[in-house]
Write a protein that binds this ligand. Structure first.
Ligand code: PXP
Length: 389
């Protein structure tokens, strides 16, 4: 079932995950019972699709998708394996995605389904009943895609540091981050994250030691690469560690690790952890140099810092930062790294990041705890999971 994929979209943003589009097309062909078919997909910009629109449909301006059937109304069974071409304007798809507040890839999926159905003989311009038939099929295929995505759904790891922050403010024993972690897991979180800081301002050694015994999903220990904490981690053996830059004066982790600037030191920490069976994730900004360095020194994961995206104050800045995350996640994924993301994600900005197929897991703390104060922790986790589907 070959997909002939050509990406003529030459602009830097948005970056399209070609593998993902091809895989989606293959899945759709299989759903439509045409696994045998050949399909050509061409991604272009607005200028290119406007020319095609003018030449073939006598319409001016760009459009989102055009289908060119090789059978042109003949009996489809005689078309053999060649279905035809789907041409998509990534510029228009990106504009539509922004308007609908979904990712470009989600929009590309809708356009792919629409274009494919035209090639399979559906035509919404023929009559009302044909339009209804096509839109019904469209909904059906998109639902199947969604179901598939849910099966491959990105995981939520909840950071319970802030429960400890509240406890430390009183200097007593509650609220207990260990109890909070259990509630998060029961609500569907698939990982618990704690940052054992050098100054022990929130999470304490006792918390991590108990969590090591009680967490049923995955315990991710966030830490600075200092001798004392490295020793602690090697003894504890969490399911993974995430190395972060740590400054005493900061309120929370501010920027990503400068991996490129301390390759030797971090490589050494990674090999010590790996020798003890602990995979290492490096918390980095969405930056090619850091991804390359992380790959070169043998990290298993990178966690892409979503802080600048979350803190963006204009739509334009949000888009730019989002595209940096998309590109970084894709680059890391293609380099063979496993990809997580987090920092500053909340109930408004998470869905788009969760829609990226290159990312395995999101690490979220503050927003979940802030909501939990009003609706309870169980519900806060479930609501966040609902946004990630
Ligand atoms: N990932 C890392 C590496 C972090 O340091 C933090 C903050 O502790 C988070 C994710 C979670 O960030 P937030 O609390 O803003 O959701």
């Amino acid at each position: 079932m070959p997909i002939l994929f050509q990406n003529n979209f030459q602009h830097a943003f948005p970056r399209v995950n070609e593998l993902q589009v091809s895989k989606t097309a293959e899945f759709l062909l299989a759903l439509a019972g045409r696994s045998d078919a050949e399909l050509s997909i061409l991604l272009v910009d607005d200028q290119h699709i406007a020319e095609l629109n003018k030449t073939w449909r006598r319409k001016s301006g760009p459009t989102n998708v055009l289908s060119f059937s090789l059978t042109e109304g003949e009996d489809l069974t005689r078309a053999g394996n060649l279905l035809g071409d789907i041409v998509i304007s990534v510029d228009t798809a990106a504009r539509e995605a922004r308007k609908e507040r979904i990712s470009v890839h989600q929009r590309l999926n809708v356009l792919l389904v629409h274009g494919l159905l035209h090639l399979l003989g559906y035509d919404h311009e023929k009559s009302d009943s044909e339009a209804e038939r096509m839109f019904r099929k469209e909904r059906e295929l998109l639902l199947e895609l969604k179901r598939k995505r849910r099966e491959e759904m990105i995981r939520l790891a909840v950071n319970v540091d802030h429960v400890a922050t509240l406890r430390q403010a009183r200097g007593i024993s509650e609220p207990d981050p260990v109890l909070a972690a259990g509630i998060c897991e029961l609500a569907g979180a698939e990982g618990i994250v704690v940052h054992l800081r050098e100054d022990r301002r929130h999470i304490q050694d006792r918390d991590v030691l108990i969590l090591r015994q009680t967490v049923k999903t995955k315990l991710n220990l966030e830490m600075g690469a200092t001798q004392e904490i490295i020793k602690f981690a090697l003894k504890l053996k969490p399911d993974m560690v995430t190395l972060v830059p740590e400054k005493r004066q900061e309120l929370t982790t501010e920027g990503g690790l400068n991996v490129a600037g301390q390759k030797k030191k971090l490589k050494n920490v990674i090999s010590q952890m790996n020798d003890s069976g602990i995979p290492v994730s490096l918390f980095i900004d969405p930056d090619s140099r850091q991804i390359e360095a992380s790959h070169n020194i043998g990290a298993t994961f990178v966690e892409i810092h979503t802080g600048r995206y979350s803190d963006a104050t204009s739509e334009e800045e949000t888009e730019q930062e989002f595209e940096l995350i998309v590109a970084a996640a894709e680059e890391a994924y293609e380099a063979g790294l496993r990809v997580n993301a987090g920092h500053g994600l909340n109930y408004v900005n998470t869905t788009r990041v969760a829609s990226l197929d290159t990312i395995e897991e999101l690490s979220i703390g503050h927003a979940v705890m802030a909501r939990a104060i009003f609706v309870g922790l169980d519900q806060a986790v479930r609501e966040m999971l609902g946004l990630m589907m």
